[in-house]
Design a binder for this molecule. Structure first.
Ligand code: PLP
Length: 269
């Protein structure tokens, strides 16, 4: 068997298996890559929310990263939950030594409202992490947290992207999935999930039918991991993002009930 492209996720664990490192590894497998993980934090988590979170020491993050990169190597990296300013800075130092595409999912707060990043870590995300990103993938809450721009309608997405690009990522993928459903210019009626990908020059508007499914835990992790898998396959950013959007749309359609709360997106359907 030839060695598949390798992708590394630097993120937190979700004990419920729906988001975080677990979602990343499932996505990477489904997209024909070998997934590897550097754990930053362990969460006690289920369909109802995050009951506890424990950050790993910076030394443990550094050691995992070096173990992977020094022997196995990777063609792309994805970052997710980084928990604190110390870990954001540690990960930024490590990424700066690794000349491969980096997808930064600037995870702030879970769907249940649990903080996954300390408030005092935002400066480190802006100043240290975003400048290293090939693609940054904030949702609208994360855009507001990082830039102060509040997106209320589709037309605001461009302003949000400009504000994110000002921190230095090559591309910004602004996820408009939380916008109120609109009929969309195609007249699809049921509404569309609209994202904007731009590097400040090119603009790609990504539209997908909005699935009426509440089981969407892990959506953001899955999208960012899918982009990283595409980049590891050698695709250009717009092609990797378009394929990732298609994958996550399928994953949302395949989301299923689990526990008493919000179930996860589905993989490997
Ligand atoms: N738990 C971990 C470890 C995560 O990394 C994330 C998101 O990135 C979440 C939970 C939140 O997932 P969601 O907002 O899709 O419920």
């Amino acid at each position: 068997m030839p060695t598949p492209p390798r992708v590394l996720t630097v993120a937190g664990s979700d004990s419920g298996g729906g988001a975080g490192v677990q979602a990343d590894l499932k996505t990477m497998l489904a997209l024909g890559t070998h997934g590897m993980s550097v754990l930053t934090a362990v969460t006690a988590q289920n369909s109802l929310g995050v009951q506890g979170a424990w950050e790993l020491p910076a030394e443990a993050v550094r050691a995992q990263y070096r173990s992977v990169v020094d022997d196995i190597g990777t063609q792309a990296v994805k970052t997710g939950m980084l928990s604190s300013a110390v870990l954001v800075e540690t990960v930024a130092e490590l990424l700066a030594e690794t000349p491969v595409p980096v997808v930064v999912d600037p995870v702030g707060v879970s769907k249940h409202g649990d903080a996954l990043l300390a408030a005092d870590a935002l400066d480190a995300v802006r100043g240290r992490l975003l400048p290293l990103a090939t693609v940054a993938t904030p949702n609208l809450d994360e855009v507001a947290q990082l830039t102060g721009v509040r997106v209320r309608e589709e037309a605001d997405l461009r302003r949000a992207a400009e504000a994110v690009l000002a921190y230095g990522p090559r591309w910004a993928l602004i996820k408009g999935g939380h916008l109120p459903p609109s009929a969309g210019p195609s007249g699809s009626g049921g509404g569309e999930a609209v994202d904007l990908l731009t590097d400040g020059t090119e603009e790609h508007w990504l539209r997908a039918p909005r699935h009426d499914n509440r089981h969407t835990h892990g959506t953001g992790c899955t999208l960012a991991a899918a982009v990283a898998a595409g980049l590891a396959h050698g695709r250009a950013v717009p092609q990797a993002v378009a394929a990732a959007k298609e994958y996550v749309t399928g994953a949302i359609a395949a989301g299923f009930p689990l526990g008493a709360g919000i179930g996860p997106v589905g993989h490997g359907w």
